[in-house]
Design a protein around this ligand. Sequence first.
Ligand code: PLP
Length: 421
Amino acid sequence: MTLKERDKKYLWHPLTQHKIHPEALPIVKAKGAILYGEDGKEYIDGIASWYTAMFGHCNDFILNKVQEQMQQLDQIVFAGFTHEPAIRLSEELIKILPDNQQKIFFSDNGSTANEIGIKMALQYHFNKGEKRNTIIAFEDGFHGDTFGAMSASGLSVYNGPFEDFFIDVKRIPTPNSENIDGVLKQLEAIIQNNKVAAFIYEPLVQGANAMHMFEAKYLDQILRMCKEYSVITIADEVMTGFGKTGSYFASDHLQEKPDIISMSKALTAGFVPMAVTSCTQDIYDAFLDDSVGKAFFHAHTYSANPIACSAALAAIELLKSEEIQNNMQRIIGSHKNFNDKIKNHPKIKTTRQKGVIYALDLNIEMDRYGKKRYKIFDHFMQKGVFLRPLGNTIYIQAPYVITQQQLDKVYDAIVELLEIV
Ligand SMILES: *Cc1c(COP(=O)(O)O)cnc(C)c1O
């Protein structure tokens, strides 16, 4: 039996209506920007497997570091114990994070990193004797699938069965030149009429919201108002972190730095699951007390897993390297050239770019997971390119190691699509 056939017997895939889509595509190997299918075909990974494998799949440099670590120390309880990979990773993260970040808390996926950020913010106020129970978030933001993160996610079309159990979240639109005054008024009214603990946001690019982008100067105004009212700001950099926007973190483009930052996805370069929630000294200090009850009682078994730490350390070393930095500049320039060529195409409604993230909206209406969307997906796969359209949005977020020839193949597949849609 092929993998495709065996898969169907016991597996339940994420984000999948199995009745409509009973089959998954088996991948047997991946190297650099290439995925190798059981069908013998090669696919260029145009979205770095959900923005994780940014340094290429099975990157040899990371592989060696992980292998070494595996022979040294595999796993240890992180409550009461510590180890060098975690210590070094905290040091390296602090070096590249915005200046105000001082403490590193480990978990194992983007949703929990946000869950932890939200819990930190709630307990921060609680520890100071203030009960604040409202969270503010953007409309159409995405923060993950655990309850706190899901509550904060505005993209709740598929969250119907759970809505009765959400934490209290109030929403504001993402800002632009036209609505910013209104958004600020709305924000101030929410803060004045509720006990607001925190504002959680994806800085500059909303990934799941079809790569919607907005300007730093307007977000800065929102963050400034939050700070005025001691509302904790939580930057969800799960997608934008580690170079995607052209700087280490999207928050680097902003003047107002967040109190808390969550990260995951590219942190371990796709090797092993891991996440980090960083925070300021002020947040951390609010948990210091003679009573145990004020401590942060949150743990995941695999917190700061040494193997994951070693992958993250290797990934950060690569991120800072001249080679990767040069590649990023090449990709950014290449996207700009491609955009100049196609932006006026009649089948294209709008295009946008931030760093290595490039997106375009087709001039056709379609459901996020509708038939047309799958047809477009199939077109790309037939051309040997893995892109994952979000409704009528097609976006590229390729590994930093993608060659120009491979990137051109991705562009060609998009141009060919424009001919047939
Ligand atoms: C992917 C993502 C998450 C959720 O991370 P998981 O590891 O899938 O739980 C949260 N926020 C953003 C912005 C993301 O892109």
